[in-house]
Structure formats: structure tokens, C-alpha cells
Design a protein around this ligand. Structure first.
Ligand SMILES: C[S@@+](CC[C@H](N)C(=O)[O-])C[C@H]1O[C@@H](n2cnc3c(N)ncnc32)[C@H](O)[C@@H]1O
Length: 266
């Protein structure tokens, strides 16, 4: 699947909600005094910058495939301590690194488990690979996007994207137990969990807003030169999402399932 364009401002509209899984993930890393830390798919760099407080002796490098994200991240750079560069996780092959973090990224990277052996080989004993991915299984949003995109009204323009969108066995996201199995076989001690964050979102159509910055982008990118069609498509999606996530007097509940893996080299 083609990686979508990224809009740092839209992505950061739910910065607090998105920060919590990052903090919960990195809190479980127990590598003592890492000297080099890489944040793969660092996005706008806001969370990458917090790693410098946690590990004051480390050099922190954020890598992201999106130039726009790296341009936004640059404002968090600290000479000699925190830096950012454009790069693709699929082609990243480190010689040595103490901690690798990939938060909410690997769902965009097909066959990412094939990258683990190279990453693990670069870690010293007690070094860590920590990642978090949204769990698509049992979560209706991707299916809503695909169903509308494949419907007669949109099929000609969006059907290919709907067909290519990862789902079921084709999704790059594995079951949490598969991650534990693959990484344990590579000599890692694995701490993994699968949990659902129940966000209470404010405003009209907040679920639509949330995914406008991520999973909806491949579709809206394809319509960006046709504002009228884009508005119609977004209206259809918004109506479906309101049905799946109905607003309550206090806000809209978004139960968001996520898989966490923190693996330390033995
Ligand atoms: C949902 S954002 C997560 C950003 C950040 N890690 C965070 O926790 O806020 C996903 C990021 O992954 C990046 N990305 C997607 N595919 C990538 C790849 N193959 N290599 C590097 N970055 C990638 C996107 O550009 C985007 O910034």
C-alpha cells in the first residue's frame, strides 16, 4: 500500500491522546543508560524530544519517511543531543543502537517482522526494541473506509486504494502472540500486551477528525484535486462513523485497541 501524505498539524490535534500510548510504551524500556536511541517514524518529533529528558546521556535520532513531518520535528532538535532525518524504516539498517522505538508506525510497513533480525542484531545485551501498533482486528474504522470507497459511487476513483488497504491476513499488523514468538526466537525477553484505550472525544465528528490525520489519508489524498468530491466522500464517511461511534451528552467514545511490544536483548 502506498504510504499516505502526512499533515503534522492535523496529526497533533489529538496530541494528548496519542502521547499516552507512547509514554506507556517507553515506560517499560529498562535499558540502563542508553547512549544511542532511534525513534523510527518519529512524526512531528514532540514525543521524541521527551526521550532526552528520560535519557540525558543519550543521542536521540528521529527518523521519518515524511519530509513534512521531519520539517515539523526540526524545531525540537538540540545540537549534539536530539536530531532528525528523513528516512524509510524499511531501508534502515543500523550497525549498533541501544534502543529502537517505533510508535504507531509499523502498521504502515508491510512485512515489518522481516526487519526484526537486522534490528535485533544491532542491539547490545539489555538493548531494547519497543513498538506499538493499532490493532485492526475487531476495530470497525478501516472496514468503514474500505466499504464506502468500494461502493458504486466511489469505486472507479477509490476502489484500488480500498483493495490495497491492509486487512485481515494481508494487514502487516500481526497478532500480539506472533510478535512474542518471533522475537523470543531471536533471543529477546519479551514484554507484550494488547489493550484498549477508551478515549472520550469532544466536538462534532471527532472520530472523523482523528482519522483524517492517519487512516483516511490514502483516500482523501486521491481526491484532493476535486474539492466537491472530497467533501461528499468525507460527508459519507462522517455519517457512517457517527453511526458506529454515536455522540453522547458528554462526548464521543472511541475505544482504540493497541498492541505493545517491549523486547530486551538477553
Ligand atoms: C501515526 S504517525 C506516528 C508518529 C510518532 N511515532 C508518534 O508516536 O506520534 C506515523 C508516522 O510514521 C511515518 N512512516 C510511515 N511509514 C514509514 C516508513 N516506512 N518509514 C519511516 N516512517 C514511516 C509517517 O510518516 C508518520 O509520521
Amino acid at each position: 500500500m502506498t504510504s499516505p501524505s502526512w499533515d503534522p498539524a492535523q496529526y497533533q490535534r489529538y496530541a494528548d491522546e496519542r502521547a499516552r500510548p507512547y509514554r506507556d510504551l517507553t515506560a517499560r524500556i529498562r535499558t540502563p543508560h542508553p547512549k544511542s536511541v532511534v525513534d523510527l517514524g518519529c512524526g512531528p518529533g514532540t514525543m521524541t524530544a521527551t526521550l532526552a529528558e528520560r535519557w540525558p546521556d543519550a543521542r536521540i535520532l528521529g527518523i521519518d519517511a515524511s519530509r513534512d513531518m521531519i520539517a515539523a520535528a526540526e524545531r525540537h532538535a538540540v545540537p549534539g543531543r536530539v536530531s532528525f532525518q528523513v528516512g524509510d524504516a524499511r531501508r534502515w539498517s543500523p550497525e549498533t543502537v541501544d534502543v529502537i522505538i517505533a510508535n504507531a508506525v509499523l502498521q504502515w510497513v508491510p512485512e515489518h517482522d522481516s526487519l526484526f533480525p537486522g534490528w535485533v542484531a544491532a542491539l547490545p545485551p539489555e538493548g531494547a526494541l519497543a513498538f506499538q501498533v493499532p490493532r485492526a482486528k475487531g476495530f470497525p474504522v478501516g472496514e468503514i473506509f474500505r466499504r464506502i470507497a468500494a461502493s458504486p459511487r466511489w469505486h472507479d476513483r477509490l476502489g484500488t486504494i480500498a483493495r490495497e488497504a491492509p486487512r485481515g491476513a494481508a494487514s502487516p499488523v500481526r497478532d500480539v502472540t506472533e510478535y512474542v514468538d518471533v522475537l523470543s526466537r531471536l533471543g529477546m525477553e519479551v514484554d507484550a500486551w494488547d489493550t484498549t484505550y477508551v478515549h472520550v472525544l469532544e466536538g462534532a465528528d471527532p472520530v472523523m477528525d482523528w482519522f483524517s490525520g492517519t487512516g483516511l489519508r490514502p483516500y482523501t489524498d486521491a481526491l484532493r484535486n476535486d474539492p466537491a468530491a472530497l467533501a461528499d466522500f468525507r460527508a459519507e464517511i462522517a455519517a457512517e462513523l457517527r453511526g458506529a461511534f454515536p455522540p453522547a451528552p458528554y462526548g464521543t467514545l472511541l475505544p482504540f485497541p493497541r498492541i505493545f511490544v517491549v523486547a530486551h536483548r538477553i
